[in-house]
Design a protein around this ligand. Structure first.
Ligand SMILES: Nc1nc2c(ncn2[C@@H]2O[C@H](COP(=O)(O)OP(=O)(O)OP(=O)(O)O)[C@@H](O)[C@H]2O)c(=O)[nH]1
Length: 533
């Protein structure tokens, strides 16, 4: 719906679209449906939005679709955005490529995510835009880590961190440091992991409004601390994490913290406390739909019950552990299947689009060619002649037109049959084409009449070509068309641009000379007024 501002002027619509898109961009991660709605609103503001704004709107729309889980649509939308980016708008191109990387990552198509991410990073480097580059490197790092290469992920994170630090972006620095800590933990480099996570906590604490970053950092410190046998510190970190995760509303973090707490209590010999923590973890996981750590909780509970001789409870936990593992496995395979489905959908959409393009090219061709002979039809002739005439008049170029008619064609039809007549038309069209240049146009004018437009050709050149056509048709062996058909001849009238006022007059002049050629005995070319010798 057009707002009053948008109706005022295209500039006002563009400005308003910019405001809506800036708002939409902030929400794609948390409220993708709202992002989609705002992008649609921006697109509806005016039919005359600049290309760059259209590209930006479709980019944001694609991100919204991606986080709504509509992966194939998202990738299509982002490809469309890419096609709309005006050349030279590198900043926008960089953003669209990064959005493609993010959407591919969401869809689980990690290799494509890496490809788009690298291309986006390349442009960001050319632009010398540190924040844009850092964002792209962070996305690449996440993809590499997810793809099972935490070491390569770390390389990207390090560069992103340096850029964010230089730009003074504390919130994003905390985010990168957390990711670095997790990667080091997964690589077994516990000291290094603790160093990154501590730094994240420090930066976060220095913020006017500390975010949840420290919860994640503290939580991720526990395992490295345990691995380094620093139990007291692990215990202290956990004691802080559980209430903070609860307060921040991070069920995954709370659940994981309780699992770690349970394991720690079990190792300390506090079996009752351990059971309590682990059961709480399972409850939260079930209540809040956060299943990530539930199998680990059941496993620890199973061991505790078995140790205490509560075999029935141990059996139940054992069963629950396997169920949770199966669910996780199914979820993973579902995700992989979905990624394959997305890849298939995207490939099919591309194939369909290519087929549609081919079909429309075929239809366009069909409306421009004569189906019997394959040469141009009247419509194409009219268009080409209009363009060539205007061009020749503008530049003072020569242009000639020949009207060509098959002599006594009615008799050919009558004696040899309509099919033979058709074959003669096809053969004549082929011979005409063979005796002119690619830039000239041979068209079927109607019935047994053809028209040839000789582009940038003098009257003499055109006359030579028409003579060659006439001679070729006369000398042609027609026995393959009809055994009794001995001879086919052409009558031709020729006119050049300079003697006619307008393209219709040019065709009329050639037609008048064709009539003259017929009257004066056929099988001849009647040239323009006075061709040079
Ligand atoms: N086989 C076939 N015949 C066609 C086609 N289009 C037109 N004709 C025939 O072409 C013939 C043209 O005959 P006329 O106009 O009398 O001309 P003509 O016999 O060539 O005589 P001149 O022009 O004086 O040499 C007619 O019999 C039409 O039916 C076509 O697509 N296929």
């Amino acid at each position: 719906m057009n707002t009053p501002a948008a109706q005022d002027s295209p500039e006002a619509a563009d400005r308003e679209a910019g405001t809506l898109l800036a708002e939409a961009e902030k929400l794609y991660y948390t409220r993708p449906a709202q992002t989609l709605h705002l992008a649609d609103q921006a697109l509806a503001l005016s039919a005359a939005l600049p290309l760059a704004t259209l590209a930006a709107a479709r980019r944001v729309r694609g991100l919204g679709l991606s986080f709504l889980g509509r992966h194939a649509e998202a990738l299509d939308e982002l490809q469309a955005a890419r096609g709309l980016v005006p050349s030279g708008e590198l900043q926008l191109e960089c953003q669209v490529l990064r959005a493609l990387a993010i959407a591919c990552d969401e869809a689980g198509v990690l290799d494509a995510a890496l490809e788009w991410g690298s291309r986006s990073a390349e442009i960001a480097r050319t632009l010398g835009d540190p924040v844009q580059l850092a964002g792209t490197l962070l996305s690449i790092g996440v993809v590499l880590s997810k793809g099972g290469d935490p070491e390569a992920g770390l390389v990207q994170y390090r560069e992103a961190l340096a850029l964010y630090e230089r730009a003074g972006d504390a919130a994003r620095s905390v985010h990168v440091l957390n990711n670095m800590g997790i990667n080091c933990k997964n690589l077994g480099r516990h000291e290094e992991a603790l160093q990154h996570l501590r730094q994240a906590i420090e930066i976060d604490a220095g913020q006017p409004e500390p975010a949840g970053g420290c919860v994640i950092a503290r939580l991720n410190m526990v395992e490295p601390l345990l691995a380094l046998a620093r139990r007291d510190e692990a215990r202290a970190a956990l004691a802080e994490v559980v209430p903070r995760a609860q307060a921040a509303g991070y069920p995954n973090a709370e659940c994981f913290a309780l699992v770690l707490q349970g394991e720690l209590q079990a190792a300390d010999g506090d079996d009752a406390g351990a059971c309590e923590s682990l059961e709480r973890a399972v409850r939260i996981a079930l209540e809040r739909g956060s299943r990530q750590h539930v199998a680990r909780a059941h496993k620890a509970l199973w061991a505790l019950h078995k140790k205490a001789g509560r075999f029935e409870a141990a059996l139940a936990q054992h069963e629950a552990f396997h169920q949770a593992e199966r669910a996780q496995f199914n979820e993973d395979s579902d995700r992989k299947l979905r990624a394959l489905q997305v890849q298939y959908d995207v490939a099919r959409a591309r194939h369909d689009a290519a087929m549609a393009r081919l079909e429309s090219a075929r239809l366009a061709e069909q409306t421009r060619t004569d189906p019997l002979t394959g040469v141009a039809n009247r419509r194409q002739l009219d268009e080409r002649l209009r363009d060539e005439y205007a061009r020749a008049a503008r530049h003072g170029h020569a242009l000639a037109v020949a009207m060509i008619d098959i002599d006594d064609f009615k008799r050919i039809n009558d004696r040899h049959g309509h099919a033979a007549g058709d074959a003669v038309l096809r053969e004549v069209a082929t011979l005409l084409r063979a005796h002119c240049r690619d830039i000239d146009l041979v068209a079927r004018y109607g019935g047994e009449e053809f028209c040839v437009v000789f582009v940038e050709a003098s009257a003499n050149d055109a006359l030579r070509a028409c003579e060659a056509m006439r001679a070729a048709v006369e000398a042609h062996d027609w026995s393959a068309v009809a055994p009794e058909l001995q001879r086919v001849t052409l009558s031709t009238g020729l006119a050049e641009r300079e003697e006619a006022d307008g393209r219709q007059a040019l065709v009329a002049a050639a037609d008048a000379r064709l009539y003259e050629a017929k009257r004066s005995g056929k099988n001849r070319v009647v040239p323009g007024a006075q061709p040079a010798a």
